[in-house]
Ligand binder design. Structure first.
Ligand code: HEM
Length: 125
């Protein structure tokens, strides 16, 4: 990794790291906590999820870090759908920051003019 881009400005590297820590930590923590709460409120879905993950978890339990591979987790279809639904119901980042298009764009009959600032409100979707 090259740090030349930052031209020796340590404070800018620290600033980027701060963004990564905050953007990466609270989002994942909140999504996980919300997903667990929704599962606790829906025991039938919790049961369905346990049926999906427990056979694999039992198989890897002696060395989870090594045996629970990325591809195994990707096969947890219902778990992924639970997380996605949790993100839909309660997005940890409910609104985007400033966005704009560099040219006029019409989406579903709604026109954004080049340069107009807009926000996407995930919480309202
Ligand atoms: C459930 C997990 C996450 C969600 C829902 C999420 C959501 C978002 C959203 C909506 C934005 C765009 C905000 C904007 O409009 O400016 C964003 C930006 C960002 N996210 Fe995440 N994020 C998640 C996890 C992570 C993780 C794990 C990392 C890093 C390890 C991360 C790093 C970042 C960074 C660096 C940006 C800013 C990108 C930029 O400068 O444009 N996020 N995230």
């Amino acid at each position: 990794m090259s740090f030349e881009f930052y031209n020796g400005k340590d404070n800018e590297i620290v600033d980027e790291l701060g963004t990564f820590f905050f953007a990466g930590m609270k989002t994942v923590q909140m999504t996980t906590a919300n997903t667990l709460m929704f599962l606790a409120q829906n025991p039938d879905l919790k049961e369905r999820l346990l049926n999906e993950i427990m056979p694999v978890m039992t198989e890897v339990k002696d060395n989870i870090l090594e045996n629970l591979t990325y591809s195994k987790v990707q096969d947890f279809d219902f778990l992924i759908r639970c997380f996605n639904e949790s993100l839909r119901i309660e997005p940890p980042v409910p609104v985007s920051s400033n966005q704009c298009f560099s040219e006029d764009v019409t989406i579903n009959g709604f026109t954004f003019r080049a340069g107009d600032a807009f926000w996407v409100c995930m919480g309202a979707i």
